[in-house]
Design a binder for this molecule. Structure first.
Ligand SMILES: [Zn+2]
Length: 214
């Protein structure tokens, strides 16, 4: 007579199954694999919560922790084009096209958007002193730490360029030139996503707007 329970591991929650299956709760195995879980029959502790679980050999998280990680990823702050939806009650990071003064340029600033993104009260030191800048928010992200240029940011900038034309008059080609310089800089700096950043930046060439410096 066999005793199927004999070699099983008992936990506070009872015996572990010999093999885990993926329940039908909307999270597929494909969703969860990048977050460290797949069904299988190996027993081990979760690196997140230390709970012992049964899963595929290389799983590093139990399923609940993998679901939590997936949800956090799905809800992460992302780059948004233009000024649409920008919070005006707290500072965010933004690539800002500065059109005030003769030296028009784009900078990454942290500050509060005002007047539909045409004024940006940028923090200029840790004491919270502000410096109002005049121009246009190119894209923004609601994030505490200073972000770096990513493929996602470049995509948001290209979308902003495709929608900007009428608002920025000749500002868009200045933004485009700056974007292409930044992409080259990513290559020079050996940024690990440099080829993807460069490819995303070059998509702006398909947009039609005046590239005339007058
Ligand atoms: Zn866990």
């Amino acid at each position: 007579m066999t005793e199927p329970w004999k070699d099983r591991i008992f936990t506070n929650a009872g015996p572990l199954p010999l093999r885990s299956e993926n329940p039908d709760d909307g999270y597929t195995v494909e969703d969860l694999v990048p977050h460290g879980w797949a069904p299988g029959e190996y027993v081990g502790p979760c690196r997140e919560c230390s709970e012992v679980f049964v899963a595929a050999k290389r799983s590093r998280r139990c399923r609940p922790c993998a679901v939590k990680s997936l949800e956090a990823y799905r809800n992460r702050p992302t780059w948004q084009s233009g000024h649409k939806g920008i919070p005006t009650d707290r500072p965010v990071w933004a690539y800002f096209f500065d059109s005030g003064g003769e030296d028009e340029h784009v900078t990454l600033l942290r500050g509060v958007s005002e007047v539909d993104g045409e004024v940006f009260s940028a923090e200029c030191n840790p004491d919270g002193d502000e410096w109002p800048r005049f121009g246009h928010v190119v894209c923004w992200i609601d994030f505490e730490e200073r972000p770096s240029l990513s493929v996602e940011a470049v995509d948001a900038i290209v979308v902003a360029l495709s929608e900007a034309g009428i608002h920025w008059s000749c500002g868009d080609h200045i933004v485009e030139d700056w974007l292409h310089r930044e992409a080259l800089r990513a290559v020079v700096d050996g940024h690990r996503d440099a080829p993807a950043i460069a490819a995303a930046a070059l998509k702006s060439r398909e947009l039609k707007f005046s590239r005339y410096y007058g």
